[in-house]
Structure formats: C-alpha cells, structure tokens
Design a protein around this ligand. Sequence first.
Ligand SMILES: CC(C)(COP(=O)(O)OP(=O)(O)OC[C@H]1O[C@@H](n2cnc3c(N)ncnc32)[C@H](O)[C@@H]1OP(=O)(O)O)[C@@H](O)C(=O)NCCC(=O)NCCS
Length: 196
Amino acid sequence: MSVETIGPAYSTRPLTAGTWADFVELVEANNGVWGGCWCMGFHPEGLGDRSSVSRNRTLKQAHVRQGTVHQILVFDGETCVGWCQYGSPAELPRINNQKAYEKELIELPDWRIGCIFTGKGHRRSGVARVAVAAALDAVKEAGGGLVEAYPEQVDGRGPQRGAYFHTGPENLFEEFGFERDRRVAKWRWVMRRRVP
Ligand SMILES: CC(C)(COP(=O)(O)OP(=O)(O)OC[C@H]1O[C@@H](n2cnc3c(N)ncnc32)[C@H](O)[C@@H]1OP(=O)(O)O)[C@@H](O)C(=O)NCCC(=O)NCCS
C-alpha cells in the first residue's frame, strides 16, 4: 500500500514487515509502551507479566509476519509518531470489561478499534485523529461494516492524563460519528458506527 498523505504534516502506512522497524523505534522511544506491552493486550495471546517484554515483542512481530495484525502507523516525515490498532473480533478478542460487554451483547461488530497510541512529545497535535481517520478508511476499503470502539468518557470528570486513554477519548470518536451503545465500566463505553 502506498503512503497516503492525510494533511500537511502527517502520513500513514500500515504496520507490515516493511514498517516494523519504524514501529520498534516508536515503542522503544516510549519504554516499550506501558513498560513493555508492545501493543499485545487485545491480541489472542494477551499480555504476559512484567517479565515478558521480549515475549510480547516476539509475539507482535509474529503477528506482523503472519499478517494477523491491522494497525495504522502515523508518520511525521520519516518518523513514526503514533498508531491505531483495528481488526476483527477474532483478531482482537481481549477487550477490557469483557464480562460487562458480553452481558448485553446482541451483535458482534465486524471490526474493533483496539489500542491507540501517540508518542510523548507529539500529543494533542492531531496524531490520533489522523490514525483513526486512516483506520476507518482502511475498513471502508476492506468492505466496511459495523465498527466498535471502547473509549473513555471525558465529559463530567476531571482532566485525565493521556496515558489513561489507551482506547481513546470518547470525544475523538464522536468526531467520527460514533454513538454510545452501552456502558461497560464507570467511564468506558461501547461506541458504534457503521462504515458503508
Ligand atoms: C489518548 C491519546 C491516544 C490521544 O492522542 P493525541 O494524538 O494526543 O490525540 P489528538 O491530538 O489527535 O486529539 C484528538 C482529540 O481527542 C481528544 N483528546 C485527546 N487527548 C485528550 C485528553 N488527554 N483529554 C481529553 N481529550 C483528549 C480531544 O477532543 C482532541 O481534540 P482537540 O485537541 O482538538 O481538543 C494519547 O494521549 C496517548 O497515546 N495516550 C497514551 C495511550 C496509551 O498508553 N496507549 C497504549 C496502547 S497499547
């Protein structure tokens, strides 16, 4: 897939064997992300314990090699500064608040948006917005369908550090037309949107 220019500053590329090194650079510049999750939390294997940083990295790379990961990387020039992970429920089965989610589940979505991440020093400059836009474009290209996200509510609570929003802030998804479906935790919602 060719590099798609989104705006004056950022471009996006999928995470593949060809962009693995760029992803590694971003993760390592941010202490492995959450101390070494390597964005494995939503994948079938889930996260290992604190001693499993290299396991997480190896598993993530295996997904990239097998093509069982969908992840948009955002670039500022040639530097990878953020990502948005998305995929089918089979590819991303380990969402947070699983029990509460299943309690009122009627229909599984076609796609999930999992983790979103913007590197330190690049936040609040629209990287996550570009990443979500590109993920929705990729879903459209792949045939569209029902897309779910599991963001944190922003309104009605004090200012939160970006670190708490690993599934994104609700207002970001509202911008893209997602609507609340149901609450799964005090501050977390299932939000949905159909992509034609
Ligand atoms: C949450 C996060 C992804 C936001 O990324 P970002 O690139 O800074 O977000 P954007 O600049 O694109 O913001 C888009 C909109 O989202 C909302 N938003 C973003 N960060 C927010 C915050 N900390 N509080 C409230 N709203 C926020 C705002 O509506 C914002 O629009 P605005 O700046 O015009 O007000 C980023 O803070 C982050 O990466 N946090 C760590 C998450 C993490 O640990 N992920 C690990 C996954 S394995």
